[in-house]
Design a protein around this ligand. Sequence first.
Ligand SMILES: CC(=O)N[C@@H](CCC[C@H](N)C(=O)O)C(=O)O
Length: 372
Amino acid sequence: METLIQIRRDLHQIPEIGFQEYKTQQYLLEQLNQLPQDFLTITTWKTGIIVKISGSEPSKSIGWRTDIDGLPIVEETGLSFSSTHAGRMHACGHDCHMTIALALVKAFAISQPKQNVIVYFQPAEEGPGGAEPMLNWLKSDRPDLLPDEIYALHIAPEYPVGTVATRPGLLFANTSELFIDLKGLGGHAAYPHKTRDMTVAAANLILQLQTVISRNVDPMESGVITIGKMLSGTVQNIIAENARLEGTIRTLSANAMVEVKRRIDAICKGIEASFECSVTIDYGSMYYEVNNNEECANKLLSFAKEIKDCQPVLSPAAMTGEDFGYFLKEIPGALFWAGANCEYGLHHAKMSPDESLLAFNANFVEQFIRSL
Ligand SMILES: CC(=O)N[C@@H](CCC[C@H](N)C(=O)O)C(=O)O
């Protein structure tokens, strides 16, 4: 197997979006096939991979999950190993996550763990969501590949390398995608009274959406609606017949998500009436919150205290989403933020993590799993 930095750079060059991770899967399989196979069983599921390492005296199976997909972003890091896939980038660190997972398999393939270890290379975390269907498949077809406990990490640009930041209980929000299509009546810019202008309707809708969190969600619960993309019209002197908004909703509680959607439905009905148009809502994929098992999160934090150069941090909850939440809904476990010391944040075209996080976290997670 190549060095960790080389693996991360190879993977960084071939980002693929959810359920299209064909080259990524092939690369991962090539690396896995180079390892001693005595304790390994390699299974594929769609574009994902599941590797079971048999323990020497197992009393349980420990799961480790990595996501493997990239984002539809044009990379602007200027790195010599930038993405070779136009309009695709590993801007959420999944290249680093995969590299650490490969390093774990290598460590356990060479030196057998006591417990069984199952490493999940899961597709489509950024959307439409691979965790839930992977878990459903495991439950129905391969219960032998289900773990008793499961862990994962996510890089955190804002923390220095060596930080292990997590908390018992709620760590990440409930999320839902949001796609809204508005259809009115286009026409000449000089005759607005003969049209139904969807640019104006969409602009009004965005402003009304921004009242939902501030006026319909208990301030102690919190939430956020972000419209990340707006499309409308065709040219400067034609009134727009169509508009489309794309965004996400995030709430700390599942109940608040229900209330937010009820209000969005009502506001869209109001837009239909006031702008004499039709509005169609698609809530896309939803992720269940990341709710860390108390004992598992505390085990991570306590273990981190024992490791040289490791800074355990009791992290606040974040509005990020992660479909690892579906694993944690059914299996005790925890996710932690792994410091990546980077100026730009997740999902930014210049996000470039400090590669020393790879060796640090590969060693930390290996030792942690051996301690269980
Ligand atoms: C860690 C992270 O950034 N996760 C993504 C997950 C995407 C969720 C879903 N596709 C959505 O857009 O709501 C995030 O955006 O939080």
